[in-house]
Design a protein around this ligand. Structure first.
Ligand code: SME
Length: 137
């Protein structure tokens, strides 16, 4: 429907705003869960296109957050064994679950080319972004 297209367009604008505003946010995307399939689906992003548009629950940092419902901050991706590499330039990653009506329906995923850039401030900021995004879905 048109309503769904405009929600995806707004999500893309959020990705672009974050990616252009914060120097160490090199790739920004929103994945949403398909509960029946137990998969995550990339709905909007800013940065280089990725092959990983569908991620099974449990797989990689994103898939782990789909089941843990917890923030996942990765200062150094090389130190993770359950990790899906999108680009060799990525050094670190942060994934914050997105809750609607108390339910984990997806997540924001940010990759950085900088090592260990994400602080508690990024976590609080991105939790707030997700709360705002939940209102437009
Ligand atoms: N690195 C992620 C996969 C998604 S890409 O970063 C866009 C992961 O391990 O889940």
């Amino acid at each position: 429907s048109n309503e769904r297209e405009s929600a995806e367009q707004r999500l893309k604008e959020v990705c672009e705003l974050l990616q252009t505003s914060v120097g160490y946010y090199d790739w920004v995307g929103f994945y949403f869960a398909n509960e029946a399939e137990r998969t995550l689906h990339l709905k909007a992003f800013a940065g280089e296109p990725t092959d990983h548009t569908v991620i099974p629950f449990g797989k990689g940092i994103c898939g782990q957050v789909a089941v843990s419902n917890k923030n996942f901050v990765v200062p150094d991706v090389k130190a993770q064994d359950n990790y899906i590499a999108c680009s060799i330039t990525v050094k670190s990653e942060i994934v914050i679950p997105l809750f609607k009506d108390g339910k984990n329906i997806g997540q924001i995923d940010i990759d950085s080319h900088v090592e260990d850039p994400f602080s508690a401030e990024d976590e609080r900021f991105l939790e707030w972004v997700n709360e705002e995004v939940a209102k437009i879905l």
